[in-house]
Design a protein around this ligand. Structure first.
Ligand SMILES: *Cc1c(COP(=O)(O)O)cnc(C)c1O
Length: 393
């Protein structure tokens, strides 16, 4: 059976060029880059080249890039280690209500350990309220952490403005850029970003590898204790194939960014237009324009998200009801609640995230099937029946 994979926000396929670049570091140049002998030198050089590639894409210095075990680790590190390093200045952190759980659950952990967290709200399109953000800053605020782009509804945050506010008040600015890195342009200097998290597997790279950008001068503690790797800030034998793969993926994505963005936007907007025009009682979640090129997120009234996903799966279509991390829980998405949707509508959500491999035919097939599925599910819904009856009166 052929799958139509529309869940690229959950993870992506490793690009063939990426796999090819990685393979020799499993089989041939498997030396530990921390070793002295020249055999390990090839691995060490490849790793440093990878660091320089990623730094170049972000407008950072090579020595400001640290390799981690993925986006979640980078987020945990940014928050926990800054909290510890700056505890003397204060114990107040600001974030948003729509962050990924890697940030939100870390904030909850810090709250249990004597830190105070302010969760700044977003508008109905999922864009952070800048006035609320600035008002939340106190003398004991040490860190603002706001994601670059949301993983559920795709809204892109005003990073430059947030960076300016943080800089003006002498507060550090971290951004979870896992969905944005190598998808849309980012520059740590132009945006006043002090720390940034990114992950390999969201950009056609391998899973289990990520980076953290840490601006020179930011005091940050080591997170994983052990060996002296990563300038003594992140211990553990380097995942050289992963590092090489992530850099290759980033390089490929960066080189074709403009072209890919235009292609994805064309498909995304066709998908959105067809859904909104052809499926009654549907709405688009997130900002219509300030959104990731590959993201569409809808709510369908009188529909339960889970049943829709199962029926789509029977047609070979992989979608999601929000983030892969929350599926399995019955609570509606915290992001959809944060943009002001009532519970019963937030339950009927569908996230479709495309890639450069998605075709217009894939989109049309998906919408055709989705229309039938929604009609069928509504025909079985007593709520919908009541609603139709009421409207006929
Ligand atoms: C996927 C994701 C993460 C987690 O990254 P992993 O590499 O899977 O740990 C964090 N934040 C956002 C916004 C994500 O989309």
């Amino acid at each position: 059976m052929k799958y139509i994979y529309l869940d690229n926000a959950a993870t992506t396929r490793v690009a063939p060029e990426v796999l090819e670049a990685m393979t020799p570091y499993f089989t041939e140049y498997y030396g530990n880059p921390s070793s002295i002998y020249s055999f390990a030198g090839t691995a060490k050089n490849a790793m440093e080249e990878a660091r320089a590639t990623i730094a170049g894409i972000l407008g950072a210095k090579t020595e400001e890039i640290y390799f981690t075990g993925g986006g979640s680790e980078s987020d945990n590190w940014a928050l926990k280690a800054t909290a510890e390093a700056y505890a003397e200045k204060g114990k107040h952190i600001i974030t948003s209500t729509i962050e990924h759980h890697a940030i939100l659950h870390t904030c909850e952990y810090l709250e249990k350990h004597g830190y105070e967290v302010t969760y700044v709200g977003v508008d109905e399109n999922g864009i952070i309220r800048l006035d609320e953000l600035e008002q939340a800053i106190r003398p004991d605020t040490i860190l603002i952490s706001v994601m670059a782009a949301n993983n559920e509804i795709g809204s892109i945050q005003p990073l430059k403005e947030i960076g300016e506010i943080a800089r003006k008040h002498g507060v550090l600015f971290h951004t979870d850029a896992v969905q944005a890195f190598a998808h849309i342009p980012l520059n740590v200097d132009e945006m006043n970003i002090d720390m940034l998290s990114a992950s390999g597997h969201k950009i056609n790279g391998p899973k289990g590898i990520g980076i953290m950008y840490i601006r020179k001068g930011v005091k940050i503690r080591s997170f994983i204790h052990g060996g002296a790797q990563e300038r003594k800030r992140r211990a553990g034998t380097h995942n050289v194939p992963g590092i090489v793969g992530m850099a290759k993926a980033a390089e490929l994505a960066d080189a074709k960014m403009e072209e890919r963005m235009a292609y994805e936007i064309k498909l995304r907007d066709h998908l959105i237009e067809r859904v909104l025009n052809e499926i009654p009682y549907s709405r688009l979640n997130g900002d219509p324009t300030k959104r990731l090129p590959n993201n569409a997120n809808f709510c369908f009234r009188f529909i339960e998200g889970e049943s829709m996903l199962i029926k789509l799966d029977q047609k070979g279509i992989c979608g999601s009801s929000g983030s892969a991390c929350t599926s399995g829980s019955l609570d509606p998405s915290h992001v959809l609640l944060a943009i002001g949707l009532p519970h019963e509508i937030a339950h009927g959500s569908l996230r479709l995230t495309i890639s450069q491999e998605t075709t217009m035919d894939d989109i049309d097939y998906t919408v055709d099937e989705l229309k039938k599925i929604i009609e069928q599910l509504r025909s079985m819904s007593p709520l919908y029946e009541d609603f139709v009856k009421k409207n006929q009166k």
